[in-house]
Design a protein around this ligand. Sequence first.
Ligand code: FNR
Length: 372
Amino acid sequence: MTDLFDPLELRDTTVPNRVMVSPMCQYSCDARDGRATEWHHVHLGSRAVGGAGLVVAEATAVEKRGRITPEDLGIWNDDQADALARTTRFVKEQGAVPGIQLAHAGRKASTSRPWDGSRPLYPDDGGWEVVGPSGDPWPYEDDDGERVDAPPTREMDQGDIEQVIDSFRTAAERARDAGFEVAEVHAAHGYLLHEFLSPVTNHRAGDYGGDFEGRTRLTREVTEAVREVWPDGKPVFVRISGTDWFDDRESWTVEQSARLADRLAGIGADLIDVSSGGIAPGSWPEQAGPNYQLPLAETVRETSESDIAVGTVGGITTPEQAQAVVANDRADLAIVGRQFLRDPYFGLRAADALDATDEVTGPPQYRRGFGF
Ligand code: FNR
């Protein structure tokens, strides 16, 4: 039996336990320049202090137009990478592994922050040109459910596609040089790569549209580009939406997710992080209770032919739940989002609750607060 506080070995990298901090946008780059601030350092650093084995930085834009909001983190230039280096050092000093999610927001780019209404931003209002696999924009609505005007989405041409692949590659090089040890490709939640995967948003003809092969091509080529520059001993993850949650129209399904997992395993991905939804309004589960995405992760794990590792995220809030996911062999990694916002020390608390304090070094400064 595997326990939550058993290490996870991926290539030559040892993640000291099976608790990962899910990437969570902080919308906190003050100068709108994509550079990490004190906020990011403390946010990520605290969760490493708090006992997580793997701390993954938020969706970090590989090119400027790939930000969701002007305040998103970016890694399209060296200054941005330099600003992250002290955080990766600190996370490692705490015994945790630093990871980064590499992202492009596609047609969901150029909005205000959630606490400013997540409204579409026009170029003369601090926004920028939005691109996607096809020309239909995200259907923005106001609080009363009425459609609101949004800037157009431009269908990407071959040059744009090559530029995006190249941006992921150079972003991965910068992330590697900044000290990150896990690169996660963001192919979920209705952002650019998921928009290519799903027939809900991909209406293209040609190489990057149409059938499974065409729709998955960009995600595969991006993962290949990241793998090419990521050190051989270090793992690459891909976060996918396991399903679009639509049964009334052609969409992305868990069966396609398992097929994609096999293809990604074949090009050197090491773990599939299975989330769900986000491709269009209504693309959510009816209920998002405890472990709500675990059946998707299990299906990917059981029905894919490769033995690629699988992580589950969604509705994990207690140590016992995280332990059960791993101990019952339902997934290899328990990925925790909002509970880490409520409790940065969830990892230490879990070690305490599960009697695993021998497995955790923990910061000596906090020893008297916990049982290690
Ligand atoms: C998120 N989520 C998210 N997902 C992702 O892949 N990249 C990201 O940058 C973000 N950003 C983000 C910000 C905030 C504030 C929240 C709450 C969530 C989704 C997140 O990683 C996770 O998948 C979901 O929150 C579900 O897990 P929990 O919260 O139920 O553990």
